[in-house]
Design a protein around this ligand. Structure first.
Ligand code: MN
Length: 300
């Protein structure tokens, strides 16, 4: 296996909600098909988070709620409250739009995007809510299998009900005190570890790093054994997947393959035509796409 890479996340703040963006960055655009990783909060909001109707294409939004409540509405007519331990999976395909509002003063979530491969990226939009996911305890960690499958030496085979269009893995691992866990990795996958809380030692096939919030540890394909160790309370997301060998472009809320597509989608959204539909029931303005006329994205 090649060297591990320790990458800095971008730090931001949206309406009092701190955001750590681990993907995309200049150093890395994807881990498998995971193409956007935001850790939002934890925070006590001064005012509710309200994200007005906005479009997506070519991706799936994967919302994993840790603290609080969020109300999702979309142009398919979905209206779904997301609570801790649950996942909302929205498939944009050729086009969808949605709004998000916090219903609680306290909020913490992982907002992740999955790039759709070229063969399915123009599929019909869809929305699914997953109220329960496989959970088990091992080595002092509490594990939740978000997507994919996991074979644990002691705890057997687990499979997430969340489907994916490319081979993908997502596991949330949380501990309240000192913990130590070994997990096998799929050798064909690349992986990323994103700490949400605390400090963890990560060892993979003889290489090791200490990880804290605000960093992404990139594990190139070929890793076989992961050892996670913490001396106190901690939480980490283990994300992985087969490298997506396609020239994926990401701009604003769109995932596509060309600048022309981005310009067309921005124009269609801003002029109220195109494939995106309409969100009903949200009391507020829709978002406006930035000017895409001079857009010059390069693939990769
Ligand atoms: Mn969105």
């Amino acid at each position: 296996m090649a060297q591990l890479e320790l990458l800095d996340a971008h730090m931001g703040n949206v309406g009092g909600l701190p955001i750590r963006r681990a993907l995309p960055t200049a150093a890395r655009r994807r881990v498998g098909a995971w193409c956007f990783l935001d850790h939002a909060g934890p925070a006590d909001l001064q005012a509710p988070m309200r994200v007005g109707p906005h479009p997506h294409t070519g991706l799936q939004t994967f919302s994993w709620l840790i603290e609080g409540e969020i109300l999702h509405r979309d142009s398919l007519g979905s209206e779904q409250i997301l609570r801790p331990g649950q996942v909302n999976l929205m498939t944009a395909g050729r086009g969808i739009c949605h709004s998000e509002e916090s219903l609680s003063p306290r909020l913490q979530l992982a907002q992740l995007w999955i790039a759709l491969p070229d063969a399915v990226r123009h599929c019909a939009p869809a929305f699914e809510h997953f109220p329960r996911l496989p959970q088990w305890s091992e080595g002092g960690f509490h594990l939740t299998l978000l997507v994919g499958h996991c074979d644990s030496a002691k705890e057997g085979h687990h499979q997430s009900p969340v489907p994916s269009h490319t081979p993908l893995l997502g596991i949330d691992l949380a501990c309240k005190a000192a913990a130590r866990l070994q997990l096998p990795l799929q050798r064909g996958f690349e992986h990323g570890l994103m700490v949400l809380e605390g400090r963890l030692e990560v060892q993979i096939d003889g290489q090791h790093e200490w990880l804290e919030p605000g960093r992404l540890l990139y594990v190139p394909p070929g890793g076989s054994q992961l050892l996670l160790r913490s001396e106190g309370a901690a939480r980490v997301l283990l994300l992985g997947g087969e490298p997506l060998d396609e020239p994926v472009l990401l701009w604003w809320n769109f995932v596509g393959r060309s600048n022309e597509e981005m310009r067309q989608w921005a124009d269609e959204w801003n002029t109220g035509v195109g494939p995106f539909g309409e969100v009903r029931g949200y009391d507020g303005d829709r978002l406006i796409a930035p000017d895409a006329s001079a857009l010059r994205l390069r693939g990769g």
